[in-house]
Design a protein around this ligand. Structure first.
Ligand code: HEC
Length: 720
């Protein structure tokens, strides 16, 4: 054969594959639909890649950024919102989960929830929100958001309710959860994911035995009607039913396995990727022996029907609250010389799990690795856990006495604590004498999640923090019945976070309730219990009588409470009974800290990582955050909440740290290019967009978390 015909054959082939390759690239870049100047979906698009194609702000001029506007929301407190920007309008949420719209070029207010008088004021929840969802069909443009147990639809232009949606503009997030959800706490902190006319909803539930079922639900955006339900705790006959004790789905003392952190959707293929959290109660699984599918899974569901396509369980029989903490990233990588559409999931344990998006096959082998057994009576920890061979974890998981932070004043004491606690790596079960959880309960990765660029480089900020928790026998129902009614409610409902002695754990974000009567009045406490606040859930199942008793207990005037004595209410309520079925409780949510409140583990206490997902190798790793008062030569690093944003201009923006700094790095090298002090720390992911030819980067500064000063504003930056 002469070479000529071969050439004739090859050249068109090369051209064809090049066009196909470019077409493939183009579709990934055009997806999110809409203009590149918008940030029209949560975390930048349905792929949740925190990526913008904008280039006006780049590595050479980012240092000239100036504040363009600041919008005060008028209610202050933790804001985790990643705002969306559509056609020059920014839509966000305030600290008390009220939606608002402002002009994205000026920060001038267009409407707030206060203007939308017909949305029932009664449905107030004080929880935190990560944002809203935008949807349009022709001229019908809507904003969807949640408040309490409700999903609301309002007109994007005015904030007025869409009355044809559900019941006068709202629909219940409990619609598909079955009768057991009726008196249980159901809210949603993360925006839903749109597929056609459907919105698929995350939920936040109790982490105790009184948790509702964590079904995945899709609602019709036009009507508000429930469209499909996927059971994460399977019913008889469904796949995975036999990975739980019989009848677990009846939800008497086990629930959750919910998605709270959000989802990603491949609209071309019609697949929604849903990462789930642990079953509840989070820390003891003696009453839910088995592998517990589909808790702690990455689920690939048919977005139209909710039918399971594939799943991968990231943690088997989770007893350490190792929820998948962020939405997955939909990316394209090169593996074994082939382009593969993939899905990547970050974790609290510090691993990135990478799969073929269609088949669910791991792209780097994942090894079932033997793990230590539990020494708690009745608990059977799963003997192995899946560990990816690549990439290496972005968070450390080895802690020995020599490692204890040299900065700690009481180092010897911390070494002694470590010696008497249990620690055998990232999957050490809780024990009576105390277990170190490292990486901690807030990761590794947290709700901010990871950014990924079109080259397949992932950028993820990581917490390096150990927690110290013990698992203790609970009071029996007989013992509980001996307590005063108020103390009983406190013990079963509040003690897990505020401590048996009400001292809380301020350094871990749980305030002390000792002497609450000196700081707050009854109306304040009653309101916080009924409506929640920040990361404290609302306790909707408490009766008026129980609340009255609880307040009397907290304010130290139980004896003066008319008609309230030990005999008045000797039995336990249904919710209390469910909780007593689980014989153990944790000592509290507490970090392993030195006597000055700094991490007991060695620095760096927070990092920012760039990982090449084509090769599984690190491109760079840098320290993120600092405690300036410690006056160390190198920054100490600190925890961060809220993820990065990356741009085609080569810049990575991130805040998230208590020091209140907003930083820009070179995406390629990890070099710090610019930083500025925010009006309050921003525990939220920024958004970037363009209006009238000008690029902005905006973020919510609510402070509050980690003991940072409170804030109430959204701040936008642009080039002068
Ligand atoms: C899941 C953990 C959790 C549980 C359970 C919980 N809380 Fe809280 N609580 C918190 C957190 C976190 C905060 C701080 C909220 C903020 O300001 O953002 C808080 C704040 C409070 C405050 C405000 C304290 C102050 O000084 O302003 C009160 C009062 C309170 N909780 C009472 C209760 C009572 C009573 C119960 C039981 C019915 C309870 N909490 C159950 C986590 C919890």
């Amino acid at each position: 054969m002469s070479p000529n015909p071969m050439k004739r054959f090859l050249l068109p082939l090369i051209l064809l594959s090049a066009t196909l390759f470019m077409a493939a690239k183009l579709t990934t870049q055009l997806d999110p639909p809409g203009s590149a100047s918008d940030w029209s979906e949560y975390l930048g698009g349905p792929d949740r890649n925190h990526y913008s194609t904008l280039t006006q702000i780049d590595t050479t001029n980012v240092s000239q950024l100036k504040m363009a506007w600041e919008y005060h929301t008028l209610d202050s407190g933790q804001i985790q919102c990643n705002p969306i920007i559509k056609s020059g309008v920014l839509y966000g949420m305030t600290a008390t989960t009220q939606p608002f719209a402002v002009n994205a070029a000026t920060g001038e207010q267009l409407w707030t929830r206060k203007d939308t008088t017909t949305v029932r004021a009664s449905a107030r929840s004080g929880s935190t929100s990560r944002g809203v969802t935008y949807w349009e069909k022709g001229t019908d443009k809507r904003i969807l958001f949640t408040n309490g147990a409700w999903l609301y639809a309002i007109e994007a232009a005015t904030g007025k309710p869409v009355n044809s949606f559900g019941d006068q503009g709202r629909t219940s997030l409990k619609a598909g959860l079955g009768p057991t959800a009726k008196d249980k706490s159901v809210i949603s902190n993360t925006p839903g994911t749109v597929y056609g006319d459907l919105i698929i909803m995350p939920m936040r539930l109790s982490e105790g035995a009184d948790a509702a079922l964590g079904h995945i639900q899709a609602f019709n955006i036009q009507t508000g009607k429930l469209a499909w339900v996927f059971h994460t705790i399977p019913q008889p006959g469904e796949f995975g039913y036999d990975t739980w004790p019989k009848d677990t789905y009846k939800n008497t003392d086990v629930g959750a396995a919910n998605n709270w952190s959000g989802m990603a959707v491949d609209r071309q293929r019609g697949i929604v990727y849903v990462p789930t959290g642990s079953a509840a109660f989070d820390f003891y699984g003696g009453n839910r022996q088995g592998q517990n599918l589909f808790a702690n899974c990455l689920l690939a569901l048919d977005a139209k029907t909710g039918k399971r396509l594939w799943h991968f369980q990231l943690v088997h029989h989770d007893i350490l609250d190792r929820d998948a903490p962020a939405p997955p990233n939909l990316i394209t990588v090169t593996h074994n010389g082939k382009r593969v559409d993939a899905v990547a999931q970050v974790s609290k344990q510090g691993y990135v799990f990478l799969f073929d998006r269609v088949t669910g096959k791991p792209l780097f082998p994942i090894k079932e690795t033997p793990m230590p057994a539990s020494d708690i009576e009745g608990e059977k920890a799963w003997p192995t856990q899946p560990i990816p061979t690549k990439p290496a974890p972005y968070a450390r998981n080895i802690l020995t006495e020599v490692d204890i932070s040299p900065l700690a004043e009481n180092r010897a004491e911390l070494q002694a604590t470590l010696r008497k606690s249990r620690y055998q790596g990232a999957f050490t079960p809780l024990s009576k004498g105390g277990t170190i959880i490292y990486p901690g309960l807030d990761g590794g990765a947290e709700y901010g999640g990871a950014a990924v660029d079109p080259d397949g480089i992932m950028y993820v900020n990581s917490n390096e923090m150990a927690w110290l928790i013990s698992l203790n026998k609970k009071m029996s129902s007989d013992q509980l019945a001996q307590l005063s009614p108020g103390q009983r409610v406190y013990t079963t409902t509040c003690a897990q976070c505020h401590g048996a002695e009400r001292k809380g754990n301020p350094a871990s974000g749980f305030p002390s309730l000792v002497d609450i009567n000196k700081r707050r009045n009854r109306a304040f406490v009653n309101n916080i219990v009924s409506n929640g606040k920040g990361m404290m859930p609302a306790f909707t199942s408490l009766s008026a009588k129980q609340k009255q008793s609880l307040l009397a207990f907290l304010f130290g005037d139980e004896s003066q409470e008319p008609g309230m004595n030990h005999d008045a209410e000797p039995g336990l309520s249904k919710a209390e009974q469910a909780k007593t079925k689980v014989p153990y409780q944790i000592s509290g949510y507490s970090k392993f800290l030195d006597k000055n409140g700094y991490p007991a583990v060695p620095t760096p206490w927070g990092t920012l990582n760039a990982i090449n997902l084509n090769t599984g190798e690190y491109v760079w790793k840098t320290v993120l955050g600092n405690y300036p008062e410690l006056k160390t030569k190198e920054p100490t690093g600190s925890e961060s909440y809220g993820g990065p944003v990356i741009t085609a201009g080569g810049v990575l923006f991130i805040a998230g740290t208590k020091d209140g700094l907003f930083k820009a790095y070179s995406r390629k090298t990890g070099k710090l290019l610019w930083q500025t002090k925010l009006p309050a720390a921003a525990f939220a992911t920024p958004s970037t967009y363009e209006v009238n030819g000008k690029q902005y980067v905006v973020l919510a500064c609510g402070g509050t978390k980690l003991g940072a000063a409170k804030g109430d504003s959204y701040v936008a930056f642009a080039l002068p």
